[in-house]
Write a protein that binds this ligand. Structure first.
Ligand SMILES: N[C@@H](CCC(=O)N[C@@H](CS)C(=O)NCC(=O)O)C(=O)O
Length: 203
């Protein structure tokens, strides 16, 4: 979310919710966002929007430029298909691979956990990264010729995954080069939270 806001040149007031203490899993937070996860965006009319991509869609409708989803219906469709491919094949599996293994002490009383599934989920991530590696061979970004939310999602997911013992297979040369390119964007460094830096995250 921080990286998106920097790329969009947006600044909004923020409130810190302590997820390690589980503030996000209890009222008053869950009264506003029953999903119980971060982030959430509270509007001036009191409406609360959860789910990162939904918040980004809302913000881009209000602030179309620079377009990180797309400036036309065709561009938006292209970005959304890649966003779903990245999330469904790679990042969601990374997160659950972590939640069901290294993250189990934190997550076992928060969400249904399936520890037996963790190794398989991590293997699926590696397989799907190889699949992506072939697809982005001659591309600067995940969506051809444009930096989009698909890049932000995968960059942040891979940065987190590396910090919790799911490094990128160096055989994925195109993905590794792509990661370095995104890591060089000023928004990557500028969005790094001090707590994430302690976990050796980069952006
Ligand atoms: N589907 C949600 C997932 C958000 C998510 O995983 N948030 C993490 C922090 S980045 C969280 O709230 N973790 C603590 C918890 O689940 O209790 C989204 O896309 O916003």
């Amino acid at each position: 979310m921080r990286m998106f806001l920097i790329e969009k040149n947006l600044s909004i007031p923020t409130k810190v919710v302590d997820l390690l203490k589980g503030e996000n899993r209890q009222p008053p937070y869950t009264d506003r966002n029953p999903g119980g996860q971060l982030p959430a965006l509270e509007l001036d009319n009191g409406q609360c929007i959860g789910e990162t991509v939904t918040i980004w869609e809302y913000l881009e409708e209000k602030h179309p430029q620079p377009a990180l989803i797309g400036a036309t219906a065709e561009e938006r469709a292209d970005t959304r298909q890649w966003q779903r491919r990245i999330e469904q094949n790679i990042t969601e599996n990374m997160y659950n691979g972590f939640r069901f293994a290294e993250g189990l002490p934190l997550f076992k009383d928060r969400v249904p956990c399936e520890p037996d599934a963790a190794p398989g989920l991590k293997r699926i991530v590696q397989t799907r990264l190889k699949w992506l590696d072939g697809l982005i061979a001659r591309r600067e970004f995940i969506v051809p010729n444009r930096f989009t939310i698909a890049d932000i999602i995968l960059y942040c997911g891979m940065d987190f995954a590396t910090s919790v013992g799911q490094p990128i297979d160096p055989a994925c040369k195109n993905v590794t080069e792509w990661f370095k390119r995104i890591d060089e964007r000023p928004s990557a460094k500028a969005s790094l939270h001090p707590a994430s830096a302690q976990m050796k995250m980069k952006g």
